[in-house]
Design a protein around this ligand. Structure first.
Ligand code: NDP
Length: 328
């Protein structure tokens, strides 16, 4: 395993990490979660990602039980939670969003579910357009002072919002967001390759990437229809199927399959390796509903040396998703 510093911070994250969205509670119960996290840890993964909103808190409870069972040295791993979506089905006011009240209450609840004394990383899962960014910065700094969180960050915030948080933090000698969790994969490149470029250079944002396989689309498993045991066949994820399983995206993946075959690598390995080749990526969070998938995806770093400039250009030509930057 390779480790990268998270932005300008001293924290080292494994280049591949492991997350539980969709899988834990719906597809993966305690025993399989224990197996998956064990495989991840034994391969050098040191970051486990979670959120209050995943399976309405049940995902954190499963991870907490596994962490209890494993008894790994607490200093050897990094665990996260995210606040915004809430953990209650019919949320009342203040049970979602980024008010100081919800940020603090959600943190306390995540600590209980995960059965840990502190969160290494705590993310604002989305920007809250109805809460001043100052309130978020103060709340996160309060939690850091209390020792309940170590780093705070954002997920899917705009570059402007991230920099507003930094400007405010600087004014009051507080700590701004150290990391962002954006989607980044061969189908979604704009934030990482355009919007955040200046931020990487100035405040030095770390990034924990979500959906490096675009929910599995980039494995090629949807090239000939939707397999019954796949994520996009899950009843409550019809909205995701509508976003992901479009003819344009699937055709691009089919075209990429030709290159993967030529290179003698799997689509999953090619896509994950492509993602972490970007030096602004701190870690790509793997999702897996089975041990076989995780074992397969863990081999992705072996493909990195094959990603020559020529191969990268061919990928750009096939996918047609590279953002166009303004010319001068
Ligand atoms: P991926 O894009 O890698 O998708 C993972 C899914 O793809 C698996 O659950 C599995 O689904 C399928 N898959 C993975 N590997 C293979 C393989 N080798 N062969 C065939 N199918 C495979 O990642 P996720 O979308 O799961 O995101 C990763 C993590 O990122 C999450 O767990 C979460 O921690 C985080 N995240 C954060 C978000 C945010 O807003 N901050 C949003 C989304 C995710 P199946 O078997 O069911 O088809």
């Amino acid at each position: 395993m390779e480790y990268r510093r998270m932005g300008k911070s001293g924290l080292q994250l494994s280049l591949l990490s492991f997350g539980s969205w969709v899988t834990f509670h719906q597809q993966v119960q305690d025993i399989s979660a224990d197996t998956l996290m064990g495989i991840a840890y034994d391969h050098g993964i040191n970051f486990f990602d979670n959120a209050e909103g995943y399976a309405l808190g049940e995902s954190e409870k499963i991870m907490g039980r596994v962490l209890q069972q494993k008894q790994w040295d607490r200093t050897s791993y990094i665990v996260s939670s995210k606040v915004f979506f809430g953990s209650r089905q019919h949320a009342k006011p203040n049970q979602t969003g980024l008010s100081r009240k919800h940020i603090i209450e959600a943190c306390n609840e995540a600590l209980q579910r995960l059965q840990v004394d502190y969160l290494d990383l705590y993310f604002c899962h989305r920007p809250d357009k109805n809460t001043p960014i100052e309130e978020v910065v103060w709340a996160m700094n309060h939690l850091m002072q209390q020792g309940k969180i170590i780093y705070w960050g954002t997920s899917e915030w705009s570059g402007v919002e991230i920099m507003q948080a930094h400007a405010f933090a600087e004014r009051y000698r507080l700590i701004g967001p150290t990391m962002e969790q954006p989607q980044y994969n061969l189908l979604e490149r704009n934030k990482m390759e355009n919007e955040y470029l200046q931020i990487f250079k100035t405040v030095g944002l770390g990034t924990t990437i979500w959906s490096p396989l675009a929910s599995g689309l980039l494995t090629g498993k949807y090239n000939n229809g939707i397999p019954a045991d796949s994520r996009l066949a899950l009843e409550n994820y019809g909205w995701l199927k509508d976003i992901m399983a479009t003819e344009t995206k699937i055709q691009a993946v089919r075209n990429l399959q030709v290159l993967a075959n030529e290179m003698g690598v799997s689509m999953a390995n090619l896509s994950i390796a492509w993602c972490v080749k970007n030096p602004n990526v701190t870690t790509a969070i793997l999702g897996a509903s089975s041990a076989a998938q995780l074992h397969e995806n863990l081999k992705s770093l072996d493909v990195l040396p094959l990603l020559t400039d020529e191969v990268m250009q061919r990928i750009d030509g096939i996918m047609q998703t590279k953002p166009t930057l303004p010319l001068y």
